[in-house]
Design a protein around this ligand. Structure first.
Ligand code: IPE
Ligand code: IPE
Ligand code: MG
Length: 251
């Protein structure tokens, strides 16, 4: 990445979603279709990620959340889990400096307890190094599960009630949301899932309440700036109502 061209200036796109979240799915099928091992699909998936981070900034996106490893992905064979963790290590080691140079702030959501110490150290390093950057926030959902995140929030609130620090009557949706992992980050406007699957797979269940969902048939290693632009164009055609009514333009 070190010899990559600098990120282009932010485009003036008022209809661009502020926060795009990506379920990067289909690496295995991409590889299988080419007679390659699944690990090669994951490796090519990291190349796609690099392209898309760059494109996200060029398209005026403020927050990009990526689903990299789910709480349920532990059910895969140990060798594949090892490949995925190896790629995360390599991604941070190789790309952190250039992400930092490009003004990207890295945040990490997901359960850190139980991760290997060197992975935790890399995640902390990425967050610490980039904490004052503000051009694009890259939220890495690693060892992440939305139900687990909500359960941890409930547990913290319950503990405060048990300790007499909180009146249960003060707990509402807004407050519970503040106990999730990155309460300062706005909810995703657009969630894109590649590979043709049409489900959330335990990703941002709470935060997706009013997200627009776009499912694209291509596998993640093939995803690029044009595909991101296509999804954003679809987003721009949607009519968001948030439970209310949309004012009709004069006909
Ligand atoms: C996405 O690709 C990567 C992760 C889930 C970590 P998959 O590995 O799920 O690929 P498919 O869905 O089996 O094709
Ligand atoms: C979702 O993809 C998790 C990530 C992209 C990291 P999966 O491939 O794990 O989801 P399912 O099993 O098809 O629902
Ligand atoms: Mg999958």
């Amino acid at each position: 990445m070190s010899n990559a061209a600098p990120i282009a200036p932010v485009a003036d796109r008022s209809d661009a979603p502020l926060h795009v979240a990506l379920i990067m799915d289909g690496n295995g099928r991409w590889a299988a279709a080419r007679g390659l091992p699944r690990a090669e699909g994951h490796r090519r998936g990291v190349d796609a990620l690099r392209r898309v981070v760059r494109a996200a900034h060029e398209l005026g996106i403020g927050y990009l959340t990526i689903f990299s490893f789910s709480s349920e992905n532990w059910s895969r064979p140990a060798a594949e889990i090892g490949d995925l963790f190896g790629l995360l290590r390599r991604f941070i080691r190789n790309d952190l400096a250039s992400l930092h140079r490009d003004g990207v702030r890295v945040r990490v959501i997901g359960e850190r307890d139980g991760l290997e110490p060197d992975i935790c150290a890399l995640l902390n390093e990425a967050e610490e190094l980039t904490r004052n950057n503000s051009r694009l926030t890259l939220v890495v959902a690693f060892n992440y599960g939305s139900r687990q995140e909500i359960a941890r929030a409930a547990q913290r609130l319950a503990r405060e009630v048990a300790e007499g620090k909180r009146d249960p009557d003060t707990i509402d949706a807004e407050m519970l949301g503040q106990y999730l992992e990155a309460p300062d980050i706005p909810d995703p406007d657009l969630i894109i899932r590649t590979s043709g699957e049409q489900r959330l797979s335990n990703f941002l269940l709470w935060q997706a309440a009013y997200s627009e969902l776009v499912f694209v048939p291509m596998h993640w290693p093939d995803f690029d700036k044009a595909a991101l632009e296509g999804a954003i164009a679809e987003f721009a055609r949607r009519e968001r109502r948030f439970g209310g009514l949309v004012a009709k333009t004069a006909s």
